[in-house]
Design a protein around this ligand. Structure first.
Ligand code: KG4
Ligand code: ZN
Length: 336
């Protein structure tokens, strides 16, 4: 009999629950997206997200158990995202997880949301070798992380302003692609010429990133076109913007791998679903004899299977969070 862990994730706008066995076997992974609720506001409204989580959390947990074909009594632990994220959203998942862990008499395990994204890779790849470099690219974070062994992270670089996903979302908005913007922008970019506009590659020293200047450059380009009475080639702008983001992400990630002597590079977070980023990273790494791995798209974006997977390794180490556990909206992954 394997170790079955229920994972619960409510850090942003997805209410998610999953049952994972031994950190690798996804028995169920239910993700109830609130995208439709937030779309009319053009982004996530924290108060609305909390209320929606509250409505969805019990049915989503029930569904995860049903799909997995297990009862509450079959669970060995309950894992939950403690942060980073929206405090009111996190609290809903925490309250549910604490109540269940207490009632079932099983350990409560606290997981960092970014750690969860990293572990989406361990759900699907069996032969990852430490140390490895992970590029975490989500809506809120752009971090280069050295993973020395399970649970041991060192921050190598991070964005100084906007996260990569945030840049995708903001540029998608000015291109009137709606919300959420990342996937829509990638689709539009497929029809464009990525050499059409030469957007700046932010030159930040070391392994840090900066994307706010790029977003401004896109807006300025659109204004210039408007003033000149030219029609905006939206697909070209999307493709050129995407290329500028991808170039920098690939360059810095490969540099991080060189500096730390890592053969394996893993990608994590919503932007890791981007096909252009995946392909460019693969190509760059291959030239240097390195390997790039990433989760399937549905495990790149927020889900609870990744939380249950990360928790499994904490469970093996005998960790247990207290029932007084609180949400930490700014929880860091690792000391810089
Ligand atoms: O990891 P995630 O689901 O949530 C956070 O923890 O933030 O990441 C969401 C972000 C959003 O900014 C979304 O636009 C972006 O990931 N994203 C993408 C793609 N799919 C999701 N960005 C670029 N290309 C994609 N295919
Ligand atoms: Zn996330």
């Amino acid at each position: 009999m394997g170790v079955k862990i229920l994972g619960i994730e409510t850090s942003c706008d997805e209410t998610a629950a999953a049952v994972v066995e031994d950190g690798v076997k996804i028995l169920s992974s239910v993700v109830s997206s609130q995208v439709d609720v937030h779309r009319k506001f053009g982004g996530v409204v924290p108060e609305v997200a909390s209320r929606r989580h509250l409505e969805l959390i019990n049915p989503v947990i029930k569904e995860a158990l049903e799909q997995a074909g297990v009862g509450f009594g079959d669970l060995q632990a309950v894992a939950v995202t403690q942060g980073p994220g929206l405090v009111g959203a996190l609290l809903v998942g925490l309250a549910a997880a604490k109540a269940l862990a207490f009632a079932l008499g099983v350990p409560l395990l606290a997981v960092n949301h970014l750690e969860g994204h990293i572990y989406a890779n361990f759900l699907v790849h069996r032969d990852l070798s430490f140390p490895l470099v992970c590029l975490v690219v989500s809506g809120g974070h752009t971090d280069l992380v050295l993973v020395r062994r399970h649970g041991d992270y060192r921050l190598l670089g991070r964005t100084r302003d906007d996260a990569a996903g945030e840049a995708f979302d903001k540029v998608a908005r000015v291109l009137e692609l709606g919300y959420p913007g990342g996937p829509a922008l990638e689709r539009l970019a497929r029809e464009g010429n990525e050499e059409a506009v030469n957007f700046p590659r932010a030159s930040v020293e070391g392994l840090d990133f900066s994307f706010s200047g790029l977003k401004t450059a896109v807006i300025q380009h659109l204004h210039r076109c408007q003033r000149a009475g030219e029609e905006v080639a939206r697909a070209d702008v999307a493709a050129s913007f995407q290329k500028a983001v991808v170039d920098v992400l690939v360059e810095k990630t490969l540099e991080a791998a060189r500096r730390t002597g890592c053969r394996d590079i893993i990608l994590a977070g919503g932007v890791a679903a981007n096909g252009r980023l995946r392909a460019a990273m693969q190509e760059g790494a291959r030239r240097e004899g390195r390997r790039v791995l990433y989760p399937p798209a549905e495990l790149c974006t927020d889900n609870a299977a990744m939380i249950a997977c990360a928790a499994y390794y904490r469970y093996l180490r005998g960790e247990e969070a207290p029932l007084t556990l609180n949400a930490l909206p700014g929880l860091p992954l690792a000391p810089a």
